[in-house]
Design a protein around this ligand. Structure first.
Ligand code: XIL
Length: 329
């Protein structure tokens, strides 16, 4: 019998996976055997749980909560305030004109209250604000409706509302390109200013959408040290190791090459060996999926391209990447 990932890392951190109502069925065995935490890949996002102002829709999210409960899995909540997957009505008055600051703040509060109350005691950590920092040089926060209408303090407001709604949940700021130095420094600065102002925040979510080469282990190490110096917990929230480098736009590959599989295995081993070194700070590592039969990276960022980013293959068999991890310790 295969060694379970969750027991392999039991002294290090939780091991999670993003799931959907489909995959808790099609990938059930792997999820239950290897993981002790789940995240809803899409089902708790704004447009899913709150499609219209006076209509919440929790059915799909509830299925995942029930699954977590039945199998004794911890659950992370993803996500409350984000520029994507948020319906346009949120920012509009009934006549279609733009909402004003106070009105949007009270809608934001109502949304956060409703979702956190529903899952009180069932979700131990929330990605309160997702991807608010700009990737461009010379710009700090990203442009978004939230920021346009409310102002830069939409971030601290969201955290304050979340803490009030569920004082027990751990509150995270979550972002990608987390080890690109310019962006890393901006994330650090935002966190630092929130802490200095007394805004309630417990951790930083590092998405972990990485590939065979980027970011280098040195960059990761530097970033982890810098973030950890803030005294916040760190979660890797959306880990996948793409087989394609940024500039590689090929779409013709039917299966990963032997070389890719080998490189990925070495890469996973180096990554987890580093993450283990920082287990005092890193308390959870969540993959953005389970096995290579389904990943959001099929089609993204290159349409029509299949990817193979996980530890288990399309038939749910452990890959070389999984076997390399057994050699850690
Ligand atoms: C992605 C999902 O995986 C896709 O199914 C969906 O179509 C788009 O969103 N950063 C995040 C996640 O915080 O919510 C995103 O998830 C991936 C990037």
């Amino acid at each position: 019998k295969l060694k379970e990932l969750k027991s392999l890392f039991k002294d290090d951190f939780l091991i999670g996976a993003a799931v959907t109502p489909k995959t808790i069925d099609s990938q059930k065995e792997l999820i239950v055997q290897h993981f002790n935490s789940i995240t809803a890949e899409n089902e708790m996002k704004f447009e899913r749980v709150h499609p219209l102002e006076n209509q919440y829709s929790f059915e799909e999210a509830d299925k995942l909560i029930e699954f977590a409960n039945n199998h004794k899995l911890q659950m992370r909540g993803h996500t409350l305030v984000w520029h994507n997957q948020t319906p346009p009505w949120m920012f509009e008055q009934s006549d279609g004109s733009e909402l004003e600051r106070e009105a949007l703040l009270s809608r934001m509060k109502a949304h956060i209250d409703t979702v956190l109350n529903r899952y009180y005691g069932k979700i131990y950590a929330w990605d309160v604000v997702n991807e608010a920092i700009s990737d461009s040089d010379g710009q700090f926060l990203r442009d978004s409706k939230w920021r346009d209408i409310i102002g830069d303090d939409f971030i601290e407001k969201a955290f304050t509302y979340a803490r009030a709604a569920d004082p027990n949940a751990l509150l995270f700021y979550n972002d990608y390109n987390e080890f690109v130095p310019e962006k890393r420094d901006k994330i650090y600065q935002l966190m630092k200013s929130m802490i200095d102002k007394g805004v309630p925040i417990d951790g930083i979510g590092l998405q972990g959408h990485w590939n065979l080469e980027y970011p280098s282990i040195d960059l990761m190490k530097e970033g982890i040290e810098k973030y950890a110096s803030l005294g916040l917990q760190l979660h890797i929230t959306e880990l996948d190791v793409s087989m394609f480098l940024h500039e590689d736009k090929r779409t013709d590959l039917q299966a990963p090459t032997k070389e890719m599989l080998e490189l990925q295995a070495i890469r996973y081993k180096e990554i987890f060996s580093l993450l283990k070194e920082y287990r005092k700070h890193i308390t959870s590592v969540t993959f953005w999926g389970v096995a290579d039969d389904y990943t959001w990276l099929d089609n993204f960022p290159v349409r029509g391209r299949k990817n193979w980013p996980f530890l288990f293959d399309q038939f749910h068999k452990p890959k070389q990447s999984y076997h390399e991890l057994l050699k850690l310790n």
